[in-house]
Design a protein. Structure first.
Length: 114
């Protein structure tokens, strides 16, 4: 499975960005796609995930501000990030996993200025 992420950028605090991640290749009918984020030298942390059935979950730090959604027809997930804070600044990574495999895409930088 190949993952292609896009949509990062620079935004002022309180602003919004939308990240996109398209998956291609051997995609299992039952899978999860989502986002993690990672500062240099730190562990990657969970942000949000959505199942192939449409169930979503979020990290406490982003609940109420971020919304994950998907378009199953083209295996694309979106992360709508509203009310962004400077502490959301980092590199965001898309991921895919099923019962057998776990893949990460390339990161996309999100920078929130105060």
């Amino acid at each position: 499975v190949q993952l292609q992420a896009s949509g990062g950028g620079l935004v002022q605090a309180g602003g919004s960005l939308r990240l996109s991640c398209g998956a291609s290749g051997s995609i299992d009918s039952v899978h999860v796609m989502g986002w993690g984020r990672q500062d240099p030298g730190k562990q990657r942390e969970f942000v949000a995930a959505i199942t192939s059935g449409g169930s979503a979950r979020y990290a406490d730090a982003v609940k109420g501000r971020f919304t994950i959604s998907r378009v199953s027809a083209n295996n694309t997930v979106y992360l709508q990030m509203n009310n962004l804070r400077p502490e959301d600044t980092t590199v965001y990574y898309c991921n895919y996993y099923d019962s057998t495999y776990h893949y990460w895409g390339q990161g996309t930088q999100v920078t929130v200025s105060s």
